[in-house]
Design a protein around this ligand. Sequence first.
Ligand SMILES: [Mn+2]
Length: 197
Amino acid sequence: MDSRIGEIKRQTRETDISCRIDLDNPGEIEINTDVAFLSHMLELSAKFANISLFLNAKGDVQVDIHHINEDIGIVMGQCLASALSDKVGIRRVASAYVPMDEAMARVVIDISGRPYLVFNVFVAGVDNIIQAYSFDYARQFFMALANHLKANIHIDLLRGRDFHHCMEAIFKAFGMALRDAVRIESKDIPSSKGILD
Ligand SMILES: [Mn+2]
């Protein structure tokens, strides 16, 4: 099997991001972004996905984290798509439930070639404004990733109260679902059409 490695560098007037993902050689995780909370979450995703992830991201965070947050999603989606190439043999569809104390999240992924995100995450009483990150920033991150991985991703927070716990459950469940979705299980392209865009 060819090595499933993706490598993307993307520089705009707003952000400068480089990313390398190795789907089959876990163990190396090195994440440096200007958004410490997102770095922490992505480390959890990579760990649970059992992949190697190198990510370096700088951006115009003096404005706010909007650009860098979305652009990291774009680059990670492109990097995963590049590593998967023609997707021969992958399981394609996978799901995971992950709890974190009182919180529990479910993530279902179909690496289908059709981008779509359903983000059903809401906790009554959590004021996103006071957080360094927010549920809506997470929605924008996963939207960018789904669009560029060309995957259908459903994220449901089934319960939770503490913001940090809720986010950990979501990013861990995403990693765990991704781990299964990219697993090689056959020698075929997993589509009755014979192609996955
Ligand atoms: Mn934590």
